[in-house]
Every structure is written in structure tokens, then in C-alpha cells.
Design a binder for this molecule. Sequence first.
Ligand code: BGC
Length: 981
Amino acid sequence: MVKTHQTPSQPTFANVSDSYQYQPWSITETHLDVSRLNQRETVFTIGNGYLGTRGNFEEGYGSSLPMTLIHGVYDDVPVMYTELANCPDWLSLAFLIEGERFTLDTGEILAYERTLDVRCGLLTRHITWRSPQGKELTFRFERFASLADCHQLNLRCEVTPLNFTGAIEVRASLNGYPANQGYNHWAIVDQGQRGEHVWLHTKTQQTQIDVAMAMGLRVLGLGQSATIDSLVLPGYPTWVARYQGQPHQTVTFEKQVVVFSSHEQPAPLAAALDHGTPSYEQSKLAHIHAWNNLWDQCDVLIEGDVRAQFALRYSLFQILICAPAEDEHVSIPAKTLSGTGYRGHVFWDTELFILPFLVYTQPQTARNLLTYRYHTLAGARRKAHHYGYKGAMFAWESAASGDEVTPRWAVPRDPYGQDVRIWCRDRALHITADIAYASWQYWRATGDDHWMACYGAEMILDGAQFWTSRVTHNPLADRYEICEVVGPDEYHEKVDNNAYTNRMVQWHLDKAIQLYDWLQHHDPQRAAHLDQQLGISDRQRARWQDIVDHIWIPMQGDLVEQCDGFFELQDIDLASYEPRTLSMHSILGVEQSNHYQVLKQPDVLMLMYLMRAAQEFPYGHLEQNWNYYAPRTDITYGSSLGPTIHAVLAADLGLADEAYDRFMQAVLVDLEDVRGNAAEGIHGASAGSVWQAAILGFGGVKFTDQGPVANPHLPAGWTRLKFKLQWRGNWYHFDLQPDHGTVAPAAFVPLSCATVDIRGVIFDLDGVLTDTAEFHYQAWQQLADEIGVPFNREINESLRGVSRQDSLLRILGDHQYSASELEVMMVRKNDHYTQLIEQINPAHVLPGVIRLLDQLQQAGIKLAVGSASKNARAVIQRLGIESRFDAIADGHSVTRSKPAPDLFLYAAQQLQLPPHQCIVIEDAAAGVEAAIAAGMWTVGLGPAERVGKAALVLPNLSNSHWLPQSHWPTMVDQLKQAIGN
Ligand code: BGC
């Protein structure tokens, strides 16, 4: 047998930095190392799937790069076409101590500690500082971007003078002058103050995207003796607090900011001002609760290796804070939302490196990311058309529209240096097959037929159309070829028959055929529609098959040749270039790299990895190909996408040390700045794919028709690897130890079979406890008559469970109104309604409700109301049943209305119960969906057409009784089946 190659003299990444303390859930930076300032700003990035904010100091620092990036907020820029615009800085908090400004680049740092706790998503910093004049103070900062309410940002600072009495001024601002490398994307539209908020409204220069922020400042610990004023500084709304500091007296400042952009909200300023912010503490609790729930599904526990444990959690944290859980129109940029690298453009990094973690833990978010590609189809078609091809040719670098945004040229800093043509924009074709691959894997793992029929199929089939126009037929050899491409290895820029590309095209077309046949059977109408729209016919299908059968994949025996002629290129001994800190590309030069057998990143091995993961025929022999390509791959300074792929394959091959080194190289890439460029932002592909290295590599997980199985080969020192993953609707728990052989799926218990132990019942209000629908109807009708838009009972019926604002938008349809006009209308409708509900009294409680409430109370079940109505509390009071409820979640409690699960989750949180211990009783389709999305048992009241998705459907509560849970088996089975579906 050939000796299996291990990469020589690779760094072990031990003790790279002496300024960190690693704990399983947190990292503490123990002193400020100014030479690493910008790298640490990347490392301490926080976010919530809507935006990301780098770890800048609130008080500022000379060479700092403050940055907040919001998904989808792109603006045009020369050369790079478009980039995520650095948004107004919400962190700014300045301190003047008797006229001396607190910054860490002046005075003396007496104590310093900064901690990121990824379990709770909290960033804290404790400083003791001596001013140039000798005044000493401690500062304790804490910040978080709420995961419970993604529009809400929170920052707290406790300030304690230690050795003086004197005037302290604190300025909390929104800084409307952020820049992307000196370029300011923003026009200030307006600013002002409303009540306890100062606000800032800005607009991107070219794309005209509005961003609005509203900021409040609370001062605690001073009684009445502080003065707080707003300052009108153009583009810089500010609250100023002034007080007389006393030794050892701690004063706390709580800065809370609400942000909206027109990317997700038509009137962002009104939304920001009206949003309503819970107190800092309440907000923090909700945030921690949300993280707790998320980690419950996403955590990977490693025992025996604290640094690997934290670094892995950190990587997953960085993905979770940029993964758009609520937006299907955006995707994760290569550098996440944490820096300017690659300008916020989206690459194959998302689909092949990041997505698997989400597919198996957060499938809804994975779906959003894939649906984003669906929304870019028009851009992909324009690109294909531009190059003279058919179908959809996806952008190598993608942003808002899906048009190609890879810059044409890289321009060197040296004024006499050569501009470099970036060929990926024209030739890195494999992205189209990569998207098809990712869509298929999502489908395979989730069984989401609806998504495949409505979204995935169109991408896969139109991508197939592109390939039919891009392949060429070589008549001499009677084979199909794809010439002049760039494969994953970008050191070779114009190659023929890149094995990765050709095999992925073969795979894509093969799947297109299967999908086409499936769709005709599963959804003939959709199939017919796509046939017509995309020009698919039986002839096309036959041509796809012909290409599958006759596409050329260069091989020599079991060794795959990366592209035609690769083995004839000049060979290289990478070990002879060690030690080095530069990529081989920089050492050899762009042109020369083409002539060597040196790879930027796995190419044939990437293919083998993907085919392994998909359990498809790989071509070639893994060990033989590893032995050839691994030593020729620039795994240290080539691409950060390489190490995790090598880690999985090395684990497969039993190369334990190599697998571990590659894993650590990836997992520490930003924390320890392994490649020296972490300042530009998190390496998203690396952060996402460490999950694959841990689960598929060390855990050896494979997916079978019976469910996932594990075949662990844990690195030396790891005593346990524990995680959950979701496969076809069920959760599987794995708890692996080094001596486990293959672990059969039967060893794992899907969560959906968990024992039911109901502890809480959450009641919707309208249609369940009482019927205010009639009053709502009358109030809407009055408003509609006043403004002259059509309205009737049928339209009213469609508003069940929908929030006031969303109801109004539905009623108005295409009519355009300004934010303030909308606001006035909502107030008017509410006025009508509040007048009407004054008639409500205890007689309006619906039949059966009081008896059921009594029985539930006797059984010790906690009770809550979960209603989208802002008047819910008033109505409950009038009904005379307020005292029966332990919690009321209403239209003030959360931002997103049903069908989002937030309201019920909030109610469960108030009851201090996990979702699966709660039953929701609902009469609206949106409410039933919300309850299911919240992971709760659901009882639907009303016709099955409306609430049929509920586990149990009843006409109303008039005959319902609460039975002791021992009497439940039948009902539980019913509930289980319904939830399982
Ligand atoms: C890699 C690509 C990757 C891109 C963005 C490049 O250096 O070669 O594969 O997609 O970086 O991360």
C-alpha cells in the first residue's frame, strides 16, 4: 500500500497568542495588544442574523475601524460594483472626566479584560484607567445585539470614579458619518428628538436604501441629580448626561438603539420610533433565552480540549450571528457581517461550506439562504445572456440582484504594478453546479418537497439549461468538454476539463433529469409551467442524459487529473519553501503559478469530499488522490477554504494528527489570526465548515435511509463529542466517545418521541376566549369608509390573527401612503375599536371557557394569553378574567406578529416553560402556524380548512374538559403525529 501522506512541519497553533484565556463558552482577552487592534475588532464581532457590529471600543480608538453591517444594505461603489455599506455607528459613548476624554490611547490602563460569552451573546469589558491628570476610574461595559428582537441593540456602561470628585459628562451618540475605507455611502436625511429618543435617518447615496435609528439613554444610580439633554450636532444625534462624580459611586448608563432599514420595512423611521423597547434587563433576559434555545439545537460539545471546544463554538456563533433566520432575500457574505473583505459579496462559500451546519440544525435558515439564490435568478439569466448562453449562469460573486459583481481587475497599491485580471467572474462556472448541489442536499435532508417544487427546481433546471449551452462536443473523441474554466483551485486560471467542474456538471444534469421526472409526477402543473418557461422538452432531457453519459473526466487509472495537462506542469516541492508567511501565489506570481502543480485549495479532493458527503460515485481512489494532491496544496496560505476539507478526508483516511491540525488551523483562523488577515473580517467558509470537520470528519456521521449513523474517530485527548442534528424532520442526539465503533441510528431518540409533560396553556384571545372579531370588523369598516377603500366581511376574515399594521397594509393593497399617514390611520382604527370594546363585559366570555380555566388551574397548569392585539390586556380586564392568567403576551410584547412564533415563545418565556411543554389554543391559521413554528402543541378552533394544521381541531371550547395527563395516550399520539408531520 502507498504510504499515506501527512503534511510535514505544519504549525500546531499552540500558544499563538498570550493574551487570551479560553473557557468552554467564552474567551477573555487579558490585555490590550494595540498591534492586534483591528484583528480583535473582528474577533469580538457581535450580531443577531440581521446585523453585525465589530468589536470597536465604545469610546473610540485612533486606528479603530468601527463597523455595523446590515444584511441587504448594499450601495454602489467604483470597481467593486457594490458593497455592504458601513451603517451609522450605534456604539459611540464618550466620557469627559473634568474635561479629559477617556480613551485607551491616552492615560494609563491599570486593568483590562474583555470577554465574549458566546453562550449568551454578550460582550463585556472591564477597565481601570488613569487619566493623564491622574484621575482613576473603572468602566464596566456590556453590549448585545438582541437575538430575541433583531432590531434592538443594547449597550450598558457602569462608571465608578476611584480617587476623585469631579464633573463627568457622558455623550451617547449615533454617528452618521461611517465610512467604508474612507468612502461615505450616506446622505443624512434628517434627525431629531421624539420623547425619550433622539433619532437619525440616513439614506445610501446610490441605492437609496434608508436606515433609521432611534436611541434612548437611561441613567441609573444618580436619583434626580443628573441632567440629560439632547444635542443637535448635524448627523450626530446625542444625549448628554452631566453629573458630579463621587469616589466609589457607580453610575450606570443604558443606551438602547432601535434600527430598521427600508430593505425590510417600508417606513423605517416610524418603525424605529414606534418599536417600543423593553428595559435593558428585560431585553437581556429575552436575548439570553433566545440564545439558550438556539444553542440547544446547534451546540457541539467537546470534552478534553478546551481551546478546540471554545473555538468550535465561537465559529458556530459567528455563523449564527450572520445567518438570516428571517430574510430570504439575503445571504451570508464571505466575510460574514464582520468586515469589509470581499465587500459583502456572496460566494460558493455559503452553499458548500456554511450551509450544511444550518441544514442539519436550522433548516429554515438554510432554506432562506437557498431561496436568496432563487431570487437572484433574474441576474443569473442576465449573466448567461450576456455571455451568449442559455439558462441561468449564477454569479461567482453575488450581492443584491444576482448580477455578477466580481471586480474585473485587481488594482495593486504599487502605482507601477500590473493590474490583474480576475478571471473568476467569467470562468469560475462551477458555482452554478454548487448551488444545485446545495439545493439537492437541503432537499435530501429535509424532504421539503414544497421548496423544491416552488424554488429549487427552477434553479436546478435552468442551471442545467446553461450547461447544455456551455459544454462543447469534441467530435474526434466523441465526448463533451468544458474549456477555459477556473476550478476551485484558482492558481490555474484558464484550464480545459477541470475534473471538479466536469463531474459536478455531470452530477447536476443527472439530478436535473431525476428532478424533472419527479416534478412531472409530483406537481404536473408546476412541471408544465417550468417546461414552458425554461424551454424544457423531452429532447432537452435526452441531451442532458447524453452529456451525463459522455462528459470527459480526466483520469489516469485511479488518479484524477485536475484538468487536461495538469500532470505535465512543472512539479513543486512545497516543503522546500518553508518556513513562509506568504501564499505560493505571492511567491511565484500570478502568471507563473499557472505553470506549476501547486494548488490554492482542494480541487480533486474537494470533489471527492462532496461526492463522499452526497454518497455518490466519486471517481478515483481517495488515498491515492490524497497522496498526490495534499502535498501539492498550499494549505497554509492558499485559501482558508482548504483546511476543513482536508480535515474531513484526513479523518476518513485515519490520519488523526493531520486531521486535528487542519481542524485547529480552521477553527483558530480568526481567533489566532492564523493567516494574518483576520482584520478584514471573519472567514465565513472556514467558520461554517468546521462543523463538517467535527461532525462528518471526527464524528464520522453518514446519512442512511434509516437515519444518520456515526463512526467516530475522535482526535487524541477528546473524550466526548456530543451534538444534535435534524434529519427528515426528526432530531437525533449523538453522544460519542473515543471507543465507540459504528453507532447505529436505533441508539438515538428522535425528539419528536419525547414524553409529553404539558405545564402551560396559552390562549389566543379573539375567537377563543371572547369574540372581538365583530368589533374589529366594525372599526376597520369605519376606517375604510372614511378613507374610501373597499372593505367587507370577507376581507375582514383574512385578517384573523394578523397585527394591526399588517392588517392595514392588506386593506390598503396597492395604495401608497407615507409612514405618518399610515400611523394616523392605525391610531384612528384603534380609537374606533377602543370605543367599541367599552361595551365588553363578563358576559362576552365564550361558552366553556370559565370551566376550562377552572380545571386547568386546579391541575396546576400555568396560563397565558398570547394575542397580537395591543388591547388584549384591556379586553381581558373587561371580561373579568385577568387574575386567572400568569402572563399576558400582547401586541406590545414582540415585534413580529403571527405566523412568526415570537409571541408564543415570549408567553412561554413569561411562564418560564420550554415551548414543548405548552399547548396553544388558536382560531386563526396564522396563529396555528405560529404555535407550530414555536414547537408547541396546538389546538385549533374552527373549520379544518382554517386550522387544520393544528394537532387537534375542535369547533370551539364549549364542550372541552381538561383530563389528567394519565388519560392522554390517544390524544398524545394524535398530537405527536400531527407535530411530526
Ligand atoms: C477562494 C475562493 C473563495 C473566496 C471567498 C478565494 O480566495 O479561492 O474559493 O470563494 O476566496 O472566500
